[in-house]
Design a protein around this ligand. Structure first.
Ligand SMILES: *Cc1c(COP(=O)(O)O)cnc(C)c1O
Length: 356
């Protein structure tokens, strides 16, 4: 039986978007394709408040994280480790022969502009990699403030942002916040199937790429740009997914991006209140609680695996704690096309199962 997904990706996809995947196939050098590609990019620009270049990458987010590192990091990047996904940035950089300097905070804590300032002041760093929303802990880092600090004091340092579990669920003002690269896969707050990644690239990031050696082939920004100006991609794109994204962006803009972000904030508050009542919140400082996913401390020592088995019988699935947090915490995602009524239903099911 299919389950409604309350996990932080892939998330629940509505029928209208699934049906858009079943379009007749078109050629990717046909004007039918470039019209669609152009439409999607224009709609994304509205949601992200940007005039930067936008590429549609047929890959998961991890692929484009590697792309961002290879196009932008010259020698050494600052890594902001606050959980499993921010660790991945460092793993990718190391795997590509780049040096790293690491800020590491305890899981559940956020990265602050002061921490970033202290490291950048030492010099020798050309890029900062940030995970806007650390999906493993449910913490949203103060991206706007960090980027403002970097751009004010270290204007040559690029800001590379993994916005995977938050883009389309909360405000990201790419241009106002001066973000050089911002990327997100479609299977999280976009509420789409996986396989496609959206990335914005600033002039400064693009200039870096133009002068970069050994940046690989598939994710080369210059190659992507060469085709993007014609609303195409260098290699065959995931045409069905891009059609689905076109439909989904219409739905997002029809809801209204601000309304959509407010809905996410409301859903987050509901789950946070519920978690406070029956369990505990994992985030160390409530100021940084995520609008899209809540990590709930398992204060009652329940079996999260058993809870999920019972929920499965009722048609739902949540997430166990990530990695070392397995059974110590569990996560409820409240993003994309999940609605308040879904969350009310989910919490009532959990209360019934656990006899709360
Ligand atoms: C899910 C996730 C990723 C990885 O995405 P893939 O699509 O599996 O490559 C990276 N960063 C964050 C913050 C995520 O939530």
């Amino acid at each position: 039986m299919y389950k409604k997904l309350f996990i932080p990706g892939p998330t629940h996809v509505v029928d209208e978007v699934l049906e858009a995947m079943a379009m007749p196939m078109i050629g990717h050098r046909d004007s039918l394709y470039s019209d669609m590609h152009g439409e999607v990019v224009e709609k994304l620009k509205k949601m992200l408040y940007t005039n930067n270049r936008i590429y549609l990458s047929t890959s998961s987010s991890t692929g484009m994280m590697e792309g961002a590192i290879r196009n932008c990091v010259m020698k050494k990047a600052l890594m902001t480790d606050c959980g499993a996904f921010s660790k991945r940035w460092a793993q990718i950089a190391t795997a590509n022969g780049k040096q790293t300097e690491v800020i590491k905070v305890e899981m559940g804590e956020a990265i602050t502009p002061e921490m970033v300032d202290e490291k950048l002041a030492q010099g020798g760093i050309d890029s900062v990699c940030i995970t806007f929303n650390e999906t493993s802990t449910g913490v949203t880092n103060p991206l706007k403030e960090i980027a403002a600090l970097v751009k004010e004091k270290y204007p040559d340092v690029l800001v590379l942002v993994d916005a995977v579990s938050i883009m389309a669920g909360a405000e990201i003002r790419v241009d106002d916040w001066n973000l050089d690269v911002v990327l997100a896969g479609t299977q999280k707050a976009f509420a789409m199937p996986p396989g496609l990644c959206v990335v914005t690239v600033s002039d400064a990031a693009f200039a870096r790429s133009e002068n970069m050696e050994n940046k690989g082939y598939y994710f080369d920004f210059v190659a992507l740009e060469g085709k993007a100006v014609k609303n195409q991609t260098p290699a065959t794109p995931a045409i069905s997914l891009i059609n689905a994204l076109n439909v989904q962006m219409d739905r997002i803009l029809a809801e209204g991006v601000e309304k959509r972000f407010a809905r996410h904030a409301e859903m987050a508050k509901y789950i946070q209140d519920w978690a406070r009542k029956y369990f505990g919140l994992y985030a160390a400082d409530e100021k940084y609680l995520s609008p899209t996913v809540t990590n709930i401390t398992n204060t009652r020592n329940i079996s999260v695996a058993d809870l999920n088995k019972e929920l499965a019988k009722r048609g739902a699935m949540l997430s166990n704690g990530y990695g070392v947090l397995k059974e110590k915490a569990f996560r409820i995602a409240h993003m994309g096309d999940i609605q308040m009524e879904d969350l009310r239903w989910l919490t009532s099911q959990i209360e019934e199962i656990l006899d709360l």
